[in-house]
Design a protein around this ligand. Sequence first.
Ligand code: ADP
Ligand code: MG
Length: 728
Amino acid sequence: MPSMAANNFSRNTQYHQAKGDFLARKQKYEQQRKNLPIAAVERRLVEEVRNNDTLIIVGETGSGKTTQLPQYLFKGGFCRDGGIIGITQPRRVAAITVAKRVAEECGVPVGQKVGYAIRFEDVTSGETKIKYMTDGLLLREALLDPYLSKYSVIIVDEAHERTIHTDVLLGLLKNVQKARSKSINGVVNTDLNNSNNGHTFEERIDNQNTGILKPCQAKKYNPLKLIIMSASLDARVFSEYFGGARAVHVQGRQFPVDIFYTHKPETDCIDAALITIFQIHLEEGPGDVLVFLTGQEEIESVERLIHERLRQLPECSRKLLTFPIFSSLPLNCLRKLLTFPIFSSLPSEKQMKVFMPSPAGYRKVILATNIAETSVTIPGIRYVVDPGLVKARTYDPKMGVDSLIIVTTSKAQALQRSGRAGRDGPGKCYRLYQESFFEKLPDSTLPEIKRCDLSNVVLQLKALGIDDVINFDFIEKPDRTAVVNSLWSLYLLGAVTEDNKLSDVGHQMARLPVDPVYSKALIVASQFGCLKEMLICVAMLSVESIFYAPREKLEESRNALKSFASPEGDHLTLLNVYHAADEFFQKNRMVNSEEKAEKNLRKWCKDNFINSRSLKHARDIHSQILRNVEQMGLRVTSCEDDMLLLRRCLAASFFLKAAMKQPDGAYRVTLSGLIVQIHPSSVLFRAKPECIIFNELVHTNHSYVRNVSRIDYLWLIELAPQLYAAQD
Ligand code: ADP
Ligand code: MG
């Protein structure tokens, strides 16, 4: 039977090839790992962790801290008692990409020995020993398991970022560590495998309710090893906070980077970035380009513009190569430029693409948010384009207004950004501002806890039994006014009682993985009988820009929006989009494969000027929160066509952000008195109803509100009397 033999033979050959591939890959990873600066101090680091319950590790970005240390500790036996190693990241993208990378290095599929968990996605299993996650997620885990008993080691990574979750986590971990080490009394607990082994909040008592965990008498815990990792050289603040904890420094590897500034201030940063990208592409030697942009919207428009300009370049010209300006190009095709976006809501399979080496002769341009500053290191970068801007959370405690605005980076951030160009060899960094401007930048960024709305964190701390939030042992205390304001809005939402205790509704709200106003909206909607619709609204409101309006197709995109627009506002419009997309998808799936239906949906989105990435993200979030509310036993019913009921429910949920029209057509926010305009992207931009609720406030040259719906002021008095009845 010759054919069978041939078959067998080819299978054998394939088998050997695959094994060969596997070995080659393994060797490649081993080689790369050995070459990382941190590899030289592996043994010393493991010893340091063994000898110190709390350790601060400072090391330059790219030295291998995030990917290697957990592997060293695993090898060093820190999981032997059944405990696992948890590593927190401020950003979901870092948690995902690093977990995938480490799983590859270990030669295992992600989700087994190495896994990750982020807000709406858990890729771990009973086998997981090295778990990457967001700092916010570990905080949520503490709600279910106050002693974080399944962890033998917790690494708080990127602590220099000082996100609000990291700051709160540091305080919690300090307590957990103390309580666990007191509980043990030298007895080793063998029951650490069990993740949620049912600790109740009664186990936690505290003298002043400031979060001191009672050393548990009933259970014995292993001590918790705590490692704080930071890319900033200043370890003092962490060391002092942890009672003079030991700090060690891991040497990095950095080639020189030439810094260039503009001669004049740039008025249009996007245009300046585009010009610089092409200047590099056409005039500089090989190497990839990393461009720092402020968010998904900006990244996507720069990506479109790059491709447009590429099409205008001559296709392949040998002639051009004779010009000195083009002679440094490795190949004769000027269009050999590839773009790779990376931002947090990018689907995870796309996020990994930025790490793939560019094909021979091609130049890669990575368009990133500040994710690429320190959280992830992309190999091959020789050029950095830095407009010097970043999207940051700000909070005005006087106005009680929380918003995302674009601000200038700090000096420390600018230095981190330029450093990205010097990982593999000497590099260049183009700062799209003047040198004198750099000198004026602040040295470092204000910790997030000082500049954001605290309601979410206060709610979570209270759910953890920490009632006296003001006296909680923060690494840096938030402003008292900000705490008081957040307590006030939690009270208005019904989450805390008059005597400052968490109410039943508050407990329910804390269980939902969304902001307090949204969790309240879901609870209210289940009472109104429109939770089905509210789940969609909340999912759609949780993603960045569902619609996109490219400058060159403004008219077409406006027309596309009209087919979904509801005269009642953006919430109902978003609902229409979701329903239309879902209907299209379900119909398609009846006749096509899931994959084909997804592809057709992307095409449908494109035709309708809808951002398919955002929509996909919203659909994922929707299925997650649907599961959450079902687990909580909330009633998921639909109000069908009763949009009046849904709008009343929106008013009952979002009454904290209501505004009234003024004689001049501007709006006055009822709670703060702030004067705002309806954002031009809103369907109500022209209609200007008398009374509105909104979800988002953005500051550019004006204060704008986005995601706006028309309501009746009387509904506010009826449905939110705690705030409105007294004013009448
Ligand atoms: P640090 O945490 O010290 O900044 P990392 O451990 O994140 O350093 O990175 C170490 C090295 O691993 C870097 O050279 C980086 O380029 C590489 N690396 C990390 N993630 C990936 C990935 N997904 N694909 C390829 N290389 C990666
Ligand atoms: Mg790192």
